[in-house]
Design a protein around this ligand. Structure first.
Ligand SMILES: CC(C)(COP(=O)(O)OP(=O)(O)OC[C@H]1O[C@@H](n2cnc3c(N)ncnc32)[C@H](O)[C@@H]1OP(=O)(O)O)[C@@H](O)C(=O)NCCC(=O)NCCS
Length: 177
């Protein structure tokens, strides 16, 4: 079961546990950037150092993972990933935020995503990996589909984005699939 604190290497990113030292102006800026949180309910919140420390503390003593994604070439932080593990059910729900907009569309998100989910699916006791996104988040849908996840459910018109109701799409991948 997940519970160790891994350092994972993809082709161009490395993932390591997020720490309080990672909470700097740049990280807080990502969370307050309307473009970055456009499809997330974080857009309704204002973040500061204390809210970030509280969020980090919420991972303590849990099997969940909060990872910093960094460019391998210069160790520059580019985003974060989360994995919420339900050990009794053998499931893990994963999320990603590439906060550094200047590197969007260059394959870093895909590399970070695939690296984490492939590692998770190899951990003992993990049977099913899940993730969800708004139907208008085309980049995220691409990441999930390219990592071999398949659409398993749609919650119709679940959230309002720019004044319009939008579906939430739920994707999954099973161990060994
Ligand atoms: C979604 C996200 C993780 C993608 O990260 P990224 O580093 O840009 O991802 P990649 O470059 O690896 O791949 C993204 C793919 O989606 C495509 N894409 C991105 N936006 C798109 C759009 N609006 N329409 C169509 N395709 C789009 C890119 O062109 C790319 O495909 P390609 O490799 O075939 O060119 C990143 O944009 C992000 O973190 N956004 C903010 C937070 C977020 O939405 N997280 C998910 C919440 S569920």
């Amino acid at each position: 079961m997940v519970g160790i604190e891994p350092i994972l290497y993809g082709d161009k990113v490395l993932l390591r546990p997020f720490t309080a030292f990672d909470i700097d102006d740049s990280y807080i800026g990502w969370l307050n950037d309307p473009d970055v949180v456009r499809f997330s309910n974080q857009r309704f919140l204002k973040h500061d150092r204390n809210s970030c420390l509280s969020y980090l503390a919420s991972f303590e003593g849990t099997p969940n993972l909060f990872m910093s994604a960094r460019r391998q070439s210069d160790d520059r932080p580019i985003g974060t990933l989360t994995a919420y593990v339900l050990g009794h059910h053998g499931t893990v729900d994963v999320g990603i935020m590439i906060g550094d907009k200047s590197i969007w569309g260059q394959g870093y998100g895909q590399d970070a995503w695939s690296t984490l989910i492939n590692w998770l699916l190899k951990q003992e006791g993990i049977r099913k990996l899940t993730a969800g996104t708004l139907a208008c988040n085309y980049g995220m849908i691409k990441l999930m589909e390219r990592s071999g996840m398949t659409l398993e459910a749609v919650r119709k018109a679940q959230e309002i984005v720019a004044g319009c109701p939008v579906d939430i799409l739920y994707y999954a991948k099973f161990h060994g699939a």
